[in-house]
Design a protein around this ligand. Structure first.
Ligand SMILES: Nc1ncnc2c1ncn2[C@@H]1O[C@H](COP(=O)(O)OP(=O)(O)O)[C@@H](O)[C@H]1O
Ligand SMILES: [Mg+2]
Length: 228
């Protein structure tokens, strides 16, 4: 489902170059649940951005859901993201002036408003937010906000969910609820990449990748064969 071959990502700044990813190669199969761990600045977020097609790697190839990302036009890459990838972030990134349903519907694909609305209502019901759907994010608890963000991420039934420290701002109980929802998505066949610092969150994954200074430094057995 995800294949990175010698991917490097170099950020050019006024103060010089930062090699955020340094020749990363890895392979993740459809339906896997993989945790990504490592110190701050080790390239975890950048890895998700590359996989999600938000940035093209400076070097190397990323093949995701059957697409060689660098061969896509900008518009094709945007369509790829919208249909195949769901993103969840530590700080939710909901729009403050839209209610929950409308936040979820920001992910709706062109011309699919009617189906999207029905799916949004279904997800909010499943995520325990039915009563909250006309509330704005400011009226919700952190756990509710993250569940709304998850509904947005899952609106288009993406094949891959990229979660960047999604429980980092939640209390343990709400963190568990979010992890349960990720687990459920995975059991239904979705592929999950979960960046996390938390033991409990990582323990949900079938496999763990550890990053340091832009490199994959350790990965358990499943990955060994894909590493060069
Ligand atoms: N847009 C950017 N411009 C310059 N440097 C960046 C940018 N984004 C990330 N970096 C740098 O790249 C490295 C990896 O960052 P990141 O992928 O965010 O790591 P992590 O998510 O593991 O904390 C860090 O040294 C960070 O400062
Ligand atoms: Mg990060």
């Amino acid at each position: 489902m995800i294949e990175l071959c010698d991917v490097s990502q170099i950020y050019r700044t006024a103060h010089g170059e930062v090699r955020a990813l340094d020749r990363v190669s890895l392979r993740i199969g459809e339906g896997e649940f993989v945790a990504i761990r490592g110190p701050s600045g080790s390239g975890k977020t950048t890895l998700l951005l590359v996989v999600g097609g938000l940035t093209l790697p400076t070097e190397g190839d990323a093949i995701v859901a059957g697409r060689a990302l660098k061969s896509l036009s900008r518009a094709e890459r945007a369509r790829f993201r919208a249909s195949e990838i769901g993103f969840v972030f530590q700080t939710f990134h909901l729009l403050p002036y839209l209610n929950v349903v409308d936040n979820v519907l920001t992910a709706a694909l062109d011309g699919r408003r009617r189906e999207a609305t029905a799916r949004a209502e279904l997800l909010l019901e499943r995520f325990g937010l039915a009563e909250r759907r006309r509330h704005r994010p400011g009226q919700l608890s952190a756990g509710e906000r993250q569940r709304a963000a998850l509904a947005r991420a899952m609106l288009n039934e993406p094949r891959i969910l990229l979660a960047d420290e999604p429980t980092g701002n939640l209390d343990p109980e709400n963190g568990r609820i979010v992890l349960d929802l990720l687990g459920q998505y995975n059991r239904e066949g979705g592929t999950v990449l979960l960046v996390t610092h938390e033991e409990e969150a990582a323990s949900r994954a079938a496999r763990c990748i550890r990053m340091e200074r832009g490199r994959v430094v350790a990965a358990d057995a499943g990955l060994a064969a894909a590493e060069r």
